[in-house]
Design a protein around this ligand. Structure first.
Ligand SMILES: Cc1ncc(COP(=O)(O)O)c(C=O)c1O
Length: 364
């Protein structure tokens, strides 16, 4: 990424664009269209909505956590009519609820079902495949849009097989890059919907993006140096093999969960089949503030744990275990937490680190 920025209207750049758009398809597991914005993930969210929907359209969303709530807020600001199914931030989207809501919608007013695959605020992974099956059982034609911001390239995800219409991703999580690239993977059905969608759009408009991408260019200045980084991160992921990357994340996540359970602390996610392999959110015992623990660990060991977002502030801390991450990095992370728990006088049982490394040694 430190290489000089090349002319984004020249032949060398066109080659890079073609390569990246093609290779990204393997990450989304799609043969459809992929676009890359110079943006954070929030931009890619907005792109998914403004390209497919019209003012007043009804959409179905689920309160799985902080990011699902932010996406809902965006949809409301853009003038969509959101049915936001309440949740306790400890569980993923309930496929039975998807089915029930869609069966109730006799007039098929719901234009899109929107799901955050991996809730970064809670460490809960929704079962997108099950939600898809629920939509099929209901025989409902709504679009399916999925935020994979903290699952893409870390947790099994299949855009085509699960017939997702728009998948939202970005650079700074499983793709191991700095922030600044927003991604959409787009089905033919979503492209078709975009022809009649009337929400105002300009910067996020798929049409000029897709047209210019055909010859390897962008309708405006791309994040050239981040694209160099993307070329490298894709080659790292392909070098390891995507299925091996998923297996590594599962192994490291499982070791983390064993450590947390040994400490006698509670994992926020209530359903084991929804445990996230990108991160683990841990509840503090009553009367103990997670941010105090985080502060001590940051100060003493220069390690920054994720904070509790929104209504989870002070109640949880989050252990990230995604991206370019291995056994020794995890061992260091867990040691930092175990020492931090001692230093902050949080009641817990020692031995989480030992449990995790025993598991990791037995699963190589
Ligand atoms: C699941 C999820 N969705 C959306 C976002 C928003 O992305 P950004 O902060 O890059 O705009 C985030 C950010 O962490 C996220 O974790």
């Amino acid at each position: 990424m430190a290489e000089p920025t090349i002319d984004h209207r020249g032949p060398e750049f066109a080659k890079l664009t073609h390569e990246l758009l093609n290779d990204l398809k393997q990450i989304f597991k799609t043969s459809g269209t992929v676009v890359i914005y110079p943006s954070s993930g929030t931009g890619a969210w907005e792109a998914s909505l403004v390209n497919t929907l019209s003012p007043g359209d009804k959409v179905l969303m689920f309160e799985t956590g902080y990011f699902a709530t932010l996406w809902r807020n965006m949809a409301v600001k853009l003038g969509l009519d959101v049915d936001f199914v309440p949740g306790d931030w400890r569980q993923g989207v309930d496929p039975a609820m998807v089915e029930e809501k869609l069966i109730e919608d006799k007039k098929q007013n719901i234009k899109a079902v929107m799901i955050v695959h991996n809730e970064t605020s809670t460490g809960v992974t929704s079962r997108v495949n099950e939600a898809r099956k629920a939509m099929d059982r209901a025989g409902h034609p709504a679009l399916l849009m999925v935020d994979t911001i903290s699952s893409l390239g870390s947790i099994n995800y299949r855009h085509d097989e699960w017939r997702v219409d728009v998948t939202i991703g970005c650079s700074q999580k499983g793709l191991m890059l700095p922030p600044g690239l927003g991604l959409n993977a787009i089905s033919d059905k979503a492209l078709k919907a975009s022809k009649s969608a009337r929400l105002p759009k300009s910067y996020w408009d798929w049409e000029p993006m897709i047209n210019d991408n055909k010859s390897g260019f962008f309708p405006y200045t791309p994040s050239t140096n981040l694209l160099y980084g993307l070329r490298e991160s894709l080659s790292m992921l392909f070098g390891e093999g995507l299925e091996n990357v998923f297996a590594r994340h599962l192994r490291l996540a499982e070791a983390t969960r064993r450590a947390v359970k040994t400490w006698g602390l509670e994992i926020l996610c209530m359903t084991p089949e929804e445990y996230s392999n990108s991160l683990t959110a841990v509840l503090m015992p009553n009367g103990y503030n997670a941010d105090k623990l985080r502060e001590i660990i940051l100060k003493k060991f220069n390690m920054s744990l994720g904070t509790g977002l929104g209504k989870l502030k002070g109640k949880i801390f989050r252990i990230g275990h995604l991206g370019d991450f291995n056994e020794l990095m995890l061992a260091g992370t867990l040691c930092g937490i175990e020492m931090g728990l001692v230093l902050s006088n949080v009641p817990f049982s020692k031995g989480g680190v030992t449990e995790a490394i025993d598991y990791l040694s037995a699963h190589q």
